[in-house]
Design a binder for this molecule. Structure first.
Ligand code: ADP
Ligand code: MG
Length: 624
């Protein structure tokens, strides 16, 4: 019989499992039971949607059998089973679950982490077993097959006998080692408690033959042991349970069991609604973004059940994009089982549920922000950009819904603040909400453009995400206060010079010439009102700021969108003296200085200078 090779990634993962030093090896049972439950789900679904079939409840169960003498642990199910091809495809290749994504983003070095962090599925059996045998007969087929593997060298598939459809997964449990006690996995009480811990909410009965004692017949002192089949799980799905009966740990186990994420959830939301629409839902706010979250490939969605039967793995219509990080499930009696994806999109009930859920999530986030600020900031680090993206791309209601969930770094508080906190601290005469946009907080803190605003004692919000300024443009204002970039042409702050002015007339001709020298690289050269200590800076007129230009440049369709740049000069700065002199005596020198100043302003902005070689030559020239 020919040995087949595992697909390369599978082999890697398998090796990891075999040699694993992971301490929670017991999760292998959760994985096998979850697969068995999925297999029964599939057949249940079939019978519900096909009138010629009936689902006889009593025929569907999972059974865990221990054969201590032969070191065998067996998990059987009466589910859909697998054909020969399916055995080959499903067990020879890593399933779509987490591990694949992991492999792309990280070198697999130490198995310890992935096992805890990902749904490793079927292969986890190799953590506790030397040999794994899968005997399966597919529903509707009359042939059964046996898949067998003793490790990463490969596997075999051959025909075998099996009475009814379903799958048996048979583990030959490893011998004890000095470090590890594998015998545990052959102990009834141990297996039972693992099932209780991880699989209590599985909706189908999980049966075990439990050893009991009774008086021997005809005796009143002598006892004998006998076995009796028992259902060891409670079978009530967690979402149908009363919240008061559940512990934090139950939700965390459910999160792990469902492979919603590899982190611990930051918060769970358990909803039971009875009314115009009835549904139960368990939603999770994860702590960390899942791998690939900020890529196009990421698919949002919640599991959708119709009265306990899974009808869709990832129903995208239940979540708006800005809450795409939410994990969890919804179960409703009001949804038809036979509903197609297309029809579902227009289903009135589903829309009501989605709306309802949206509000619940928003409220929960608000509560978190109000009552558990630290947790909220952790959340915001992971998913803040997504909320801001939501503000940017949604109009009306959603924008309003999200604006109070935003946080930005404050120049004054030196921490993240809400817009409401900012506005409530504003001095009466302050007209705008000021912000500075750039790469990092450290850089923004040194930006010359902020001088006047800081001097006034006003707080500045630092925007360090690309999306920030775009989102805020969409928002327009908060509590009637408009947003203003510290780099914008008019800051809306009256300065001393404004009132006493007259003297700035003197520079008109000089600045006109400087503008001519710079050509269309700038739209204007002006005396700065905002600079105190620095000589020059750039500001911008109009909708597009310099920071936005930078972001747009990186995008394919907006390369040519430019900010209207203004070169601002501090007329009280000592550089004015040589400039004035050059203006009076030497036009070529004026051009030389003007270019230097302009390039400096570019550098301060974090923009590339026009010609780095020429720029550095100019500086040398200045020195010699
Ligand atoms: P996942 O459950 O995330 O798909 P697994 O590694 O746990 O990944 O399982 C791989 C695949 O093998 C499953 O998707 C399923 O198609 C198949 N499978 C595993 N166990 C069973 C079973 N008991 N009955 C039917 N199919 C199964
Ligand atoms: Mg699985």
């Amino acid at each position: 019989m020919a040995q087949k090779q595992f697909q390369a990634e599978s082999k890697k993962l398998l090796d990891l499992m075999i040699n694993s030093v992971y301490t929670h090896k017991e999760i292998f049972l959760r994985e096998l039971i979850s697969n068995a439950s999925d297999a029964i789900d599939k057949i249940y679904y079939k019978t519900l949607t096909d009138d010629s079939l009936t689902f006889d409840k009593d025929n569907y169960y999972i059974k865990v059998i221990i054969d201590k003498k032969n070191r065998i642990l067996k998990v059987t199910d009466t589910g859909i089973g697998m054909t020969k091809e399916e055995l080959d495809e499903n067990l020879g290749v890593i399933a779509k679950s987490g591990s694949m994504a992991f492999k792309n983003e990280h070198e697999i070095k130490d198995g310890h982490d992935i096992i805890g962090q990902f749904g490793v599925g079927f292969y986890s059996a190799f953590m506790v077993a030397d040999t794994v045998t899968v005997v399966s007969k597919a529903f509707g087929s009359d042939e059964a097959f046996m898949w067998k593997s003793s490790g990463s060298e490969g596997y075999t598939i051959e025909p075998c006998e099996k009475e009814s459809y379903g799958t048996d997964v048979i583990l030959k449990i490893k011998e004890n080692t000095e470090e590890e006690n594998f015998d545990d996995y052959l102990e009834e009480y141990k297996i039972r408690s693992i099932i209780k811990k991880y699989s209590d909410f599985i909706r189908y009965p999980i049966k075990m033959d439990i050893t009991k004692r009774r008086l021997k017949e005809g005796s009143d002192k002598e006892y004998e042991e006998y076995k009796e089949e028992e259902i060891v799980n409670s079978m009530v799905p967690i979402w149908k349970k009363n919240k008061n009966e559940l512990k934090q740990e139950d939700y965390e186990n459910f999160y792990a069991e469902k492979h919603y994420g590899f982190d611990k959830p930051l918060k769970h939301i358990h909803v039971s609604v009875d009314g115009a629409v009835s549904y139960n839902a368990i939603l999770f706010i994860p702590e960390k973004p899942p791998f690939g979250y900020y890529t196009k490939e990421y698919e949002k969605g919640l599991e959708l059940y119709s009265n306990g039967v899974l009808i869709m793995n990832k129903c995208p219509d239940l979540l708006p994009d800005y809450f795409s990080f939410i994990k969890g499930m919804v179960d409703s009696e009001d949804l038809s089982l036979n509903i197609s994806r297309e029809m579902l999109q227009h289903d009135r009930q589903l829309k009501l549920i989605a709306k309802n859920i949206n509000t619940k999530i928003k409220n929960e986030l608000e509560n978190l922000l109000k009552n558990e600020r630290d947790k909220y900031e952790t959340f915001y680090k992971s998913f803040g950009p997504q909320l801001k993206y939501g503000v940017y791309s949604n109009f009306g209601i959603d924008k309003d819904l999200l604006k109070d969930l935003l946080l930005f770094y404050s120049s004054k508080e030196k921490k993240m603040v809400t817009l409401n906190e900012y506005v409530s601290r504003m001095p009466e005469e302050q007209k705008y909400i000021y912000y500075a946009a750039g790469d990092s907080i450290e850089r923004l803190a040194k930006l010359p453009q902020t001088e006047l605003v800081t001097d006034k004692g006003y707080e500045i919000l630092y925007f360090t995400d690309d999306i920030d300024e775009f989102a805020i443009k969409m928002l327009g204002s908060y509590k009637d206060k408009e947003f203003k970039s510290v780099s914008s042409g008019d800051l809306g702050i009256d300065t001393e010079e404004d009132k006493t002015s007259g003297e700035k007339e003197d520079y008109d001709e000089l600045f006109k010439q400087m503008k001519e020298i710079l050509g269309d690289r700038v739209t204007d050269v002006r005396a700065s009102k905002r600079l105190k200590n620095h000589a020059v800076c750039l500001s911008s007129d109009g909708e597009v700021t310099i920071e936005m230009e930078k972001v747009l440049k990186a995008m394919p369709y907006s390369k040519n969108i430019k900010a209207k740049k203004i070169l601002e000069i501090n007329v009280n700065h000592e550089v004015m003296e040589p400039i004035r002199k050059a203006f009076a005596e030497d036009r070529e020198k004026l051009a030389f200085y003007t270019n230097l100043l302009y390039n400096q302003a570019l550098l301060i902005e974090g923009l590339p200078v026009d010609d780095p070689v020429e720029f550095s030559n100019s500086i040398c020239k200045l020195m010699t």
